[in-house]
Design a protein. Structure first.
Lengths: 1036, 97
C-alpha cells in the first residue's frame, strides 16, 4: 500500500487530483437541476373508453369487463383497477416498479387489439394514457376582473398565452373556468307546434344557410375569377332572418319561432379566487424541462405581461410548485451548513489545533462534492433526498480522516518529522480505516436493492452515502497525510498558542483526561461485577422491547407545505348554482376565521382528482387554501386543516368531504391515504351496506378524519321507456325520438357563428321554461314522418330509478374502498380497531374485506426493510470476521447492535414519534455506524492483547486509549444529524424521525458499547480476567 | 575502516540521512522495511497490525575517526520524548577491493 507514500511524496499531484475533483464537482453542481424528488416514472397506464349514453352498470358489463379480460394477461402487471362511470370506463394498470414502461404500453396496446370485436358498436376506441408527471402544472394563475370578465379568456389567450408559450420549457398554457360565449337560439315549443315544425328542422335550416363554399372558376375574357358562395352570418340579426319553412305560402323565419341572442354556455364549473369569480390558467412544462427553472422564467416574465392588460384585470398566483421545492432545498442547504459547522466545532474541541481541524475539514467538501458528480452522471437532480443524504453522510466522512490524523499526530508528538509521521502513521491505520468503510458500504449498499417507490428514496440515499464515504476514505489515505505532512509542525518548532487558548485547551484536556480516568474505573468495576452488569443489560433490553407495542407506527411523515385541499360533495342531485352558493358560504367563513390564509381558491362542479378524466358532477366542489410561509405562522397546516374541518362540519349541506393537508410531499411515497379498506364482492347492495356500516364504524374510531366511501350514493335518474308498438304506429324510431328530445333539452349545436376571427357555437334548444319539469318533457312533441305531431308521453313513460354513479373494480372484482385520514393517532392502533370490526363480520365466501392504503404499503415496506436489516447485519459480520480473521471478536462487537435499537425505541418514546419507514431506515443506518465504534474499540484491545498485555489491562488501557476517537466520531455523527432532528423547515420533516432514531440509537449504544462490548470480549478470557482481578484485590 | 550498521525506526530515516550529510558521510547501503525487535525492551517493529512500525537498516563503511561522531549523532536521534528506536553497531572491515 504505497498510496499514501506517493501522496505525501507528491503533494502537487495529490492537490491537483483533489482540485480536479472539486472543479468537476462544482461544474456538475451548476448543471444539476433542482427538483423535489428524484425523477420517478410511475409504472401506470390507463385505458379510457367512452361509450356515450351508457350508465355505470352498463359500462361495467359491456366495456370494462371485456376489456379487463383482454388486459389480464399483460406481462409484469401488478394490479388492475377500474372505475365505470356514466359514459366512461377507466381501467388503471399498475405495473411492477422495474417494468420498462415503453414495453408495457406496447403490451397493453397489443392486448387491446381485439377490443373492437368485444366492445359495443357505439363505443369509442380505447385510449391509452400513460401517467406523466410533466402534466402537472408548474404554475397556476388566476385572473379576476370586473368589466372585462366576459373577455377574460380572450385577453389571456391574446396577451398572455402567446408570450408565455414562447418561454423556453413551457409546453402549454391552458385556460379553465372562462365563460364561453355562444349564440342561443331559444325556441318556443308552442310556436313550433303552431307552424308544425320540429326543432331539428331549425337546426338544419341554420346549417344550410350558413355556408361558405367555392363554386369554381369563371373566365371573363383573359381573366380568371374565383366564384364563391358565402352566406355566412355576419350579424346575429341575420340568424333571425333565416327561413325555416314555407307553409301555405307563408314564410316562417327563425325569428318567428325563436329568440336569438348572445349568451353563455351552460357552466359546468365555477371557479373563484379569493371569493371573486375568475378564470384560472395553468402553465405546463415540457416533460424534460425543469420545474424550478420554468417557474422562475414564467414568474420573471409575468410582471411585464400583466402591465399590458386592462386595468381591472388582476392576476394572482395560486399554485407555484417550485415554491416548495426552492424552500425545501434552501432549508436543507442550511441544515447541511449547520451540520458542517457542528462537525468542525467537534473536531476543533477534541484536537484543539486549527491546523489539524483544517486538515480534517478539508475532506468534507471533497467527499460531498463527489455526490454532485454522481448525481450529474446519473442524470439525477438536486432534491430533498440527495440533500438530506449529504447531511447524513456529513458526520461519517470525517471519521476516517480523524482516525488517520489522530495517529499521525501521535507520531509527531513522539518527535517524528511530520512527513515521515504522515506516511507511517497512515500506514498503521490504513487497514482499519478500509474495514470501517467496508462495513458502512455493507449497510448502505443493500438500500439500493429496495424496489418500489421506496427504492427511489433509499436507493439514492444508499448510493450517495457509499460514494461519499468511499471518497472520504480515499481522501483520508491521500489528502489527509499529504496535508498533515505539510501543515503539522514538529513539537519543538511550533510557537506556543496564546494564553487564553492555552487555558481553554488545558481545561478541555483536563476534563477529557478526567473522563478517561473515570471510564477506566467504570470498566474495572464492570469487569468485577460482570454478572450484575450483564443482567442489567438484559433487563434494559427486554424492558425496551416490551415497550414496542406502545410505540405507534406510521408510513411516512407528512410535510407541511402550507397547502390544504378540500374535496367535497353535496347531495347527489344538487345543481351547480346551489353548490356554488354553499361553497361561497364556506369560503366566507374560512376567509373570516383563518388569518394565516394567503390565497383561497375554489372550483364548484368538479371534484378532486379530475385532472386526468375531467369528469365532475355539479354537486362536487374543491376548495384550495394556500397559507403564508411556515415561519410566518404559529399553527401547523394540520391544525389549520382541523379548523377547516370544523367549518365544514357545521354545514349540513356537505355530505362528505376530505381535507388534505400538506399534499406537496406525496409525490415520492405514493398518495395512498393512511387508512384504506377494500370491500370486495359482486353484490352491490350487500357491499354498499357493509361499506356504510364500516364507514360509520371508522368515524367512531379516535383520530380518524375524512372518512369516505368510494361508492357514491345511488342517485335518482330518469329514463324513457318507449312502447315500441306505439313508436312503429307513428313510424318513429327510438333514435329519432331520442334526438328530438335531446335537441330540446340539451340543445343542438347547429352551426358556428364567426366574428372577428372567433367562432361561437350556435345552439338551438327549448326555452328554459319549457324544459324545467317532468311534465314539460312529457309535453314535448315529436314530428312523425307523416307530419303528425306526437307528444312524448304518448310514446311511453318516464321511469325513475336509482343507479350507482360509479362501480370500481380491483383485479376484476367489484370493490368499495373506504378511505380515511389520521391525525395524532398511530396507524397501527386505528387499523387494529378496524381489523377487530372486520373479524366480527360473518362474511359469505363471495365477499372479502382487506386493509390497504398506507398500512398495506407500510407492511410491505417494513417487511422489505427488515430483510435489508438482516442482510446488513450479516454483511457487517462477514466484513468484520474477515478483518479480524476471527469469528469470536465480531460476535462481541455485534452486541452493540441490539442496544442501538433500544436507543431508537427510547428516543421514539421520549419524542412521541411513531415508528415510520424513516425511523426504520435510521435503525438500519445505525447498524453501520454503531459497529464502527465497536470495531475501533475491540481492534485496539485485541492489539494490546497481542502486545502481551493481560486481558484486564488490554481492556482497560485499550478502552481509555480509544475513548476519544469513539466519542469524537459519535459526536460528529450525532451533531450532523441534529439539524435534521430539529426539523428546521420545509422539506426536512421526512427525515426527522430518522435523525431522531439515529441520534437516540447512537447515543445509547455508544454508552453500552463502551462498557458492554469490552465486557463480553473479556468473557472470552474469563479465567485470566477473574484471576487477575482476584490477585489485584488481594494485593490491596 | 569500520563498518557501522545502524538499525532504526523508519520514521527517523530522513533525520538519519541528514545526520550522515552533516558528517559528510557519503556512502551507505540501505535496507528498507526490515523487521526486528530489541533484545531487552522497546517496541517491536514488525509491520503487522499489532506492531505496525517497520525498521530500516543501514550499513556505512567509514574511517575510524568518524565512528564516534556518528554514534553520538545516533544517540541524539534516539532521544526524544520517547525512545524512538535506533541502534548502531560497529565492527572491523577485514578486506575490500
Amino acid at each position: 500500500m504505497n498510496l499514501f507514500r506517493t501522496a505525501v511524496r507528491r503533494p502537487v499531484a495529490t492537490s491537483m487530483l483533489f482540485i480536479a475533483i472539486v472543479v468537476f464537482g462544482v461544474f456538475s453542481f451548476q448543471r444539476l437541476p433542482v427538483d423535489l424528488f428524484p425523477e420517478i416514472d410511475a409504472p401506470v397506464v390507463s385505458v379510457v373508453t367512452t361509450y356515450s349514453g351508457a350508465g355505470a352498470l352498463e359500462i361495467e358489463r359491456n366495456v370494462t369487463d371485456p376489456l379487463e379480460s383482454l388486459l389480464a394477461t399483460v406481462p409484469q402487471l401488478d394490479e388492475m383497477t377500474s372505475e365505470s362511470v356514466d359514459d366512461m370506463s377507466v381501467i388503471t394498470l399498475e405495473f411492477d416498479w422495474d417494468a420498462d414502461m415503453d414495453e408495457a404500453s406496447n403490451d397493453v396496446r397489443d392486448a387491446l387489439g381485439p377490443a373492437a370485436r368485444v366492445l359495443p358498436e357505439n363505443a369509442d376506441e380505447p385510449i391509452l394514457q400513460k401517467f406523466d408527471a410533466g402534466a402537472i402544472p408548474v404554475v397556476v394563475y388566476s385572473a379576476t376582473a370586473e368589466e372585462s370578465y366576459w373577455d377574460l379568456e380572450q385577453i389571456i389567450d391574446d396577451e398572455l398565452a402567446g408570450p408565455l408559450n414562447r418561454i423556453n420549457g413551457v409546453a402549454d398554457v391552458s385556460v379553465t373556468g372562462a365563460p364561453q360565449l355562444q349564440v342561443d337560439v331559444t325556441v318556443d315549443p308552442d310556436r313550433l307546434d303552431d307552424f308544425h315544425l320540429d326543432i331539428d328542422q331549425i337546426s338544419q335550416a341554420l346549417q344550410a344557410e350558413n355556408i361558405t363554399s367555392p363554386a369554381g372558376d369563371i373566365e371573363l375574357g383573359d381573366d380568371s375569377y374565383n366564384l364563391r358562395v358565402d352566406t355566412e352570418f355576419d350579424q346575429i340579426e341575420q340568424i333571425e332572418e333565416v327561413i325555416v319553412a314555407n307553409i301555405e305560402g307563408r314564410v316562417v323565419r327563425v325569428g318567428d319561432v325563436a329568440e336569438v341572442a348572445e349568451g353563455l354556455e351552460d357552466e359546468t364549473a365555477i371557479s373563484r379566487v379569493n371569493r371573486q369569480q375568475g378564470v384560472t390558467f395553468m402553465i405546463q412544462k415540457q416533460s424534460d424541462a425543469n420545474t424550478v427553472q420554468v417557474a422562475s422564467r414564467v414568474k420573471d416574465a409575468m410582471p411585464a405581461l400583466t402591465e399590458t392588460l386592462p386595468e381591472d384585470v388582476e392576476i394572482h398566483e395560486i399554485i407555484d410548485t417550485s415554491d416548495f421545492i426552492v424552500n425545501s432545498v434552501d432549508n436543507l442547504s442550511s441544515v447541511l451548513f449547520y451540520a458542517l459547522l457542528f462537525v468542525i466545532l467537534v473536531v476543533l474541541v477534541f484536537l484543539r489545533q486549527w491546523r489539524a481541524t483544517v486538515i480534517v475539514a478539508a475532506t468534507i467538501p471533497v467527499s460531498l462534492i463527489v455526490a454532485f458528480i454522481y448525481l450529474a452522471l446519473t442524470g439525477s437532480s438536486l432534491n430533498i433526498i440527495s440533500l438530506s443524504s449529504l447531511s447524513i453522510a456529513l458526520g461519517m466522512v470525517v471519521d476516517d480522516a480523524i482516525v488517520v490524523l489522530e495517529n499521525v499526530m501521535r507520531h509527531v508528538e513522539d518527535g517524528s518529522r511530520p512527513d515521515e509521521a504522515a506516511v507511517y502513521g497512515t500506514g498503521e491505520v490504513g487497514i482499519a480505516v478500509f474495514a470501517t468503510t467496508l462495513t458502512v458500504t455493507a449497510v448502505f449498499l443493500p438500500l439500493t436493492f429496495i424496489t418500489g417507490s421506496m427504492g427511489v428514496w433509499f436507493g439514492q440515499l444508499g448510493m450517495i452515502v457509499v460514494v461519499t464515504v468511499v471518497t472520504s476514505t480515499l481522501a483520508a489515505l491521500t489528502l489527509t497525510p499529504m496535508m498533515a505532512s505539510l501543515l503539522l509542525k514538529r513539537i519543538d518548532e511550533g510557537k506556543p498558542p496564546p494564553k487564553l487558548l492555552q487555558l481553554i485547551s488545558s481545561g478541555v484536556e483536563g476534563s477529557l483526561s478526567g473522563l478517561e480516568t473515570s471510564y477506566g474505573n467504570a470498566l474495572r468495576g464492570a469487569l468485577r461485577y460482570k454478572k450484575t452488569v450483564l443482567a442489567l443489560a438484559v433487563v434494559v433490553f427486554v424492558g425496551t422491547v416490551m415497550t414496542v407495542p406502545t410505540i405507534g407506527t406510521e408510513f411516512m411523515p407528512v410535510s407541511d407545505d402550507g397547502q390544504i385541499t378540500v374535496s367535497g360533495e353535496l347531495e347527489t342531485s344538487r345543481s351547480l348554482d346551489y353548490t356554488a352558493g354553499v361553497v361561497d358560504k364556506i369560503e366566507e367563513q374560512i376567509a373570516g376565521e383563518i388569518p394565516e390564509l394567503r390565497i383561497l381558491n375554489s372550483t364548484s362542479g368538479s371534484g378532486g382528482g379530475g385532472m386526468m378524466i375531467g369528469a365532475g358532477s355539479a354537486n362536487e366542489f374543491q376548495i384550495r387554501l394556500r397559507l403564508v410561509d411556515r415561519d410566518q405562522r404559529d399553527r401547523s397546516v394540520f391544525d389549520i386543516t382541523d379548523q377547516v374541518r370544523e367549518i365544514l362540519d357545521e354545514r349540513p349541506e356537505v355530505v362528505t368531504y376530505a381535507a388534505d393537508a400538506g399534499s406537496g410531499g406525496g409525490g415520492g411515497g405514493g398518495d395512498a391515504p393512511p387508512v384504506a379498506v377494500h370491500i370486495l364482492g359482486h353484490d352491490l347492495d350487500e357491499t354498499t351496506r357493509l361499506a356504510d356500516e364500516l364507514t360509520a364504524h371508522i368515524e367512531t374510531i379516535e383520530g380518524t378524519r375524512d372518512v369516505n366511501s368510494s361508492r357514491g350514493d345511488s342517485r335518482p335518474e330518469f329514463e324513457f321507456v318507449f312502447d315500441r308498438d306505439r313508436l312503429s304506429h307513428f313510424d318513429l324510431t327510438s333514435a329519432s325520438v331520442a334526438s328530438a328530445v335531446r335537441g330540446g333539452i340539451a340543445g343542438n349545436t347547429a352551426t358556428e357563428y364567426r366574428r372577428d376571427g372567433d367562432e361561437f357555437d350556435v345552439v338551438v334548444r327549448y326555452a328554459k321554461e319549457a324544459r324545467n319539469s317532468l311534465s314539460d318533457i312529457e309535453q314535448m312533441s315529436v314530428l312523425s314522418p307523416t307530419g303528425q305531431r306526437v307528444r312524448v308521453q304518448d310514446l311511453g313513460e318516464i321511469n325513475e330509478f336509482e343507479a350507482p354513479p360509479n362501480i370500481e373494480r380491483r383485479d376484476r372484482d367489484r370493490v368499495v374502498t373506504i378511505e380515511a385520514g389520521l391525525h395524532d393517532r398511530p396507524l397501527n392502533e386505528a387499523i387494529d380497531e378496524i381489523q377487530d370490526w372486520i373479524d366480527d363480520q360473518q362474511l359469505p365466501p363471495q365477499q372479502q374485506i382487506v386493509v390497504g392504503g398506507d398500512f398495506e404499503e407500510q407492511q410491505d415496506t417494513f417487511a422489505e426493510l427488515f430483510l435489508i436489516l438482516l442482510l446488513s447485519v450479516v454483511l457487517v459480520y462477514l466484513v468484520m470476521a474477515a478483518q479480524f480473521e476471527s469469528l469470536k471478536e465480531p460476535f462481541a462487537i455485534m452486541f452493540s447492535i441490539p442496544f442501538a435499537f433500544t436507543g431508537v425505541l427510547l428516543a421514539l418514546l421520549l419524542t412521541e414519534t411513531p415508528l415510520s419507514v424513516m425511523a426504520f431506515l435510521g435503525a438500519i443506518i445505525l447498524v453501520g455506524i454503531v459497529v464502527k465504534n465497536a470495531i475501533v474499540l475491540i481492534d485496539y484491545i485485541k492489539l494490546l492483547r497481542n502486545r502481551e498485555f493481560t486481558p484486564v489491562d488490554a481492556i482497560i488501557e485499550g478502552g481509555i486509549a480509544r475513548l476519544r476517537p469513539v466519542l469524537m466520531t459519535t459526536a460528529t455523527t450525532v451533531l450532523a444529524m441534529f439539524p435534521l432532528a430539529l426539523n428546521l423547515g420545509e422539506g426536512a420533516e421526512m427525515w426527522q424521525p430518522m435523525a431522531i432514531a439515529v441520534i437516540g440509537g447512537l447515543l445509547f449504544s455508544t454508552l453500552v458499547t463502551l462498557v458492554l462490548v469490552p465486557l463480553i470480549y473479556g468473557l472470552f478470557d474469563r479465567k485470566a480476567v477473574n484471576e487477575q482481578l482476584r490477585r489485584e484485590r488481594e494485593e490491596q | 575502516m569500520k563498518t557501522v550498521m545502524i538499525v532504526y525506526n523508519q520514521v527517523i530515516q530522513r533525520e538519519l540521512i541528514d545526520l550522515l550529510d552533516e558528517l559528510q558521510i557519503r556512502g551507505y547501503t540501505r535496507f528498507d522495511e526490515v523487521r526486528g525487535r530489541g533484545s531487552n525492551d522497546g517496541e517491536p517493529h514488525m509491520g503487522t497490525h499489532t506492531w505496525p512500525s517497520l525498521n530500516g537498516a543501514m550499513i556505512c563503511v567509514i574511517d575510524e575517526e568518524m565512528v564516534d561522531p556518528l554514534l553520538e549523532g545516533v544517540e541524539q536521534l534516539d532521544e526524544g520524548p520517547k525512545d524512538r528506536g535506533i541502534r548502531a553497531f560497529v565492527w572491523n572491515v577485514e578486506k575490500w577491493y
